[in-house]
Design a protein. Structure first.
Length: 540
């Protein structure tokens, strides 16, 4: 059956005629709270105190257990069960602080609405406790699913909502936290790790805030960890991380993504006041980031230097401020680093903006914001970019008249001598009165020569065209011809060479050389005064 005929519901293409449509209806009802019962952890028989001193672990666990039992027979893959499933909201008193020195297990289908209540653990060291962990019912007994086989006890439709978690090693230890599950509108304060999400598929992490202000120091665990449970398989598959903030307080890393990342969307995420911002340790397939912000990082903001393939990586609309390295990567097989990446210059700036030290397997497109160049100036890749030869550079350089400011020529510049010149080539040439754009012209009247240093990257396999018009005290001269990266000199003919078409103008000559990675032309034999009227020198 084709689902295209039915309208999208809840972001899914399962319309009323599809057998899975009840699932979509149920998910929408779940997030709206429709048909959900409620349990208050403060009410009998649970009687949590919420005074910040009394151990409330058992009381809260009993409430979560009872909420989960109504959901324990739920079968996600049944078309009928979701309509009849009873999700239960466990409610906390927002004005209270619940002391939880133990560990609370959360099964599928339970919504925890903390109402901004505080859940306090035993302290902020690696020896302290985990507050919440995913679980399942084994013969009616709620047990942890951490350590079970991958996907054997998935937790679906569980939700942490409006919570404040403080003083713990790990606030949320989530394994197989899957379809329709979410962590939303939560804050984490003095937690060594806010969450560890292992094999998180089809879930959502939205509007969460971490702060690690502990003056005693460095924290070697990332605030937000997405891991693959020690396998080579996916750590993240089709999830959304949005409006997530990390004030690292000097911690080592804000975000870590292990294993594979497939169909992964990051929007409005930030990392500040740490060593590193975000690190990807495994294969990446289709990851998009928009609206990110990184500030005051002594290391790398976005790190993809792990020896694994990075495909379909799109990062744009992100700002970097006082970070040592903006983006660092290898094996960047495909994707785009957009011109909307903003590297602010205040303070220490961003010394290394984009670094892709890989000439073998990185073919990603890097867009550099356009630059204006005064008349007959030479373009240059801005400082801070180190790009492998396979990287496709999109860098619009505009030549403008120094007096009027009018743009007179444009080219896409790939980087002097570093990146491979594209063939067939267009854009590094153009006609402009009284000169050749993107060149440096030196006229030596006494010596009768004109030297034209171009911004054409030298390569032995280059083929180009020239048409240049000169005038001197005797006559006008037009040089038309072709130039090659090799074919000149004595065998094996490895030096560049130029061949004129037809007219040679007697003693007038033109030669070409590789100077500093650029093609440089010397026109000789003129009688002063000499004028270069106009010309074109471009790749073929």
């Amino acid at each position: 059956m084709s689902f295209a005929a039915y309208p999208a519901v809840g972001g899914e293409p399962y319309g009323p005629g599809d057998s899975r449509y009840p699932i979509v209806q149920w998910i929408e009802g779940l997030y709206a709270g429709a048909g959900a019962g409620t349990i208050s952890v403060d009410a009998p028989p649970y009687n949590a105190k919420g005074d910040g001193i009394t151990d409330d672990t058992a009381a809260i666990q009993a409430a979560i257990r009872d909420a989960g039992l109504s959901f324990s027979t739920f079968d996600w893959f049944s078309a009928s069960n979701p309509v009849n499933a009873k999700s239960v909201v466990v409610v906390f008193n927002g004005s209270k602080t619940y002391f939880v020195p133990g560990k609370l297990l959360v099964p599928q289908g339970v919504i925890l609405n903390f109402n901004n209540a505080t859940i306090k653990g035993t302290g902020h060291t690696v020896a302290d406790n985990t507050l919440f962990e995913t679980g399942y019912f084994n013969n009616g007994v709620l047990v942890t699913n951490v350590g079970t086989a991958n996907e054997s006890h998935r937790v679906i439709a569980a939700r942490f909502w409006n919570g404040r978690f403080v003083e713990c090693k790990i606030a949320l230890n989530l394994f197989n936290f899957n379809e329709a599950s979410a962590v939303e509108h939560c804050t984490f304060y003095n937690c060594v790790q806010s969450w560890s999400a292992s094999r998180a598929f089809y879930s959502r992490f939205h509007d969460n805030f971490t702060r690690w202000p502990v003056a005693s120091g460095a924290n070697t665990l990332p605030a937000y960890l997405f891991t693959n449970n020690g396998t080579a398989d996916s750590a993240v598959n089709v999830i959304e991380v949005s409006s997530v903030f990390c004030d690292g307080g000097g911690r080592t890393l804000c975000y870590q993504f292990d294993g594979g990342e497939d169909g992964f969307l990051l929007t409005n995420v930030s990392g500040e006041n740490a060593v590193g911002g975000m690190k990807f340790l495994g294969e990446v397939v289709s990851v998009s980031m928009w609206g990110g912000y990184f500030e005051n990082l002594t290391g790398t903001a976005i790190d993809m230097t792990a020896p694994a393939s990075h495909r379909g990586v799109t990062i744009d609309g992100t700002r970097f401020f006082q970070v040592a390295v903006g983006f660092d990567g290898v094996q960047m097989a495909s994707g785009r680093l957009g011109s909307g990446l903003v590297f602010r210059t205040e303070g220490t700036g961003v010394p290394v903006k984009i670094r892709i030290n890989d000439d073998i397997s990185s073919f990603i497109t890097v867009e550099i914001p356009p630059t204006g160049i005064n008349t007959n100036g030479l373009p240059a890749i801005p400082s801070g970019y180190t790009l492998g030869k396979g990287v496709k550079v999109q860098y619009p350089a505009y030549l403008f008249d120094g007096g009027s400011g009018v743009i007179t020529a444009r080219q896409n510049y790939t980087g002097g001598g570093g990146n491979v010149v594209e063939l067939p080539y267009s854009g590094k040439g153009g006609t402009i009165t009284a000169g050749i754009p993107f060149t440096s012209v030196v006229i030596n009247g006494g010596g009768g020569t004109v030297t034209v240093t171009t911004a054409l990257d030298f390569d032995p396999n280059t083929v180009g065209l020239l048409s240049v018009w000169f005038s001197d005290n005797v006559a006008d001269y037009v040089f038309n011809g072709r130039f090659f990266g090799r074919g000149g000199g004595v065998s094996p003919f490895l030096s560049p060479v130029v061949f004129l078409d037809g007219v040679t103008h007697g003693a007038k000559t033109v030669t070409v050389a590789n100077v500093g990675g650029f093609f440089v032309f010397t026109f000789a034999g003129f009688t002063a005064p000499i004028v270069l009227n106009q010309g074109v020198i471009r790749m073929n």
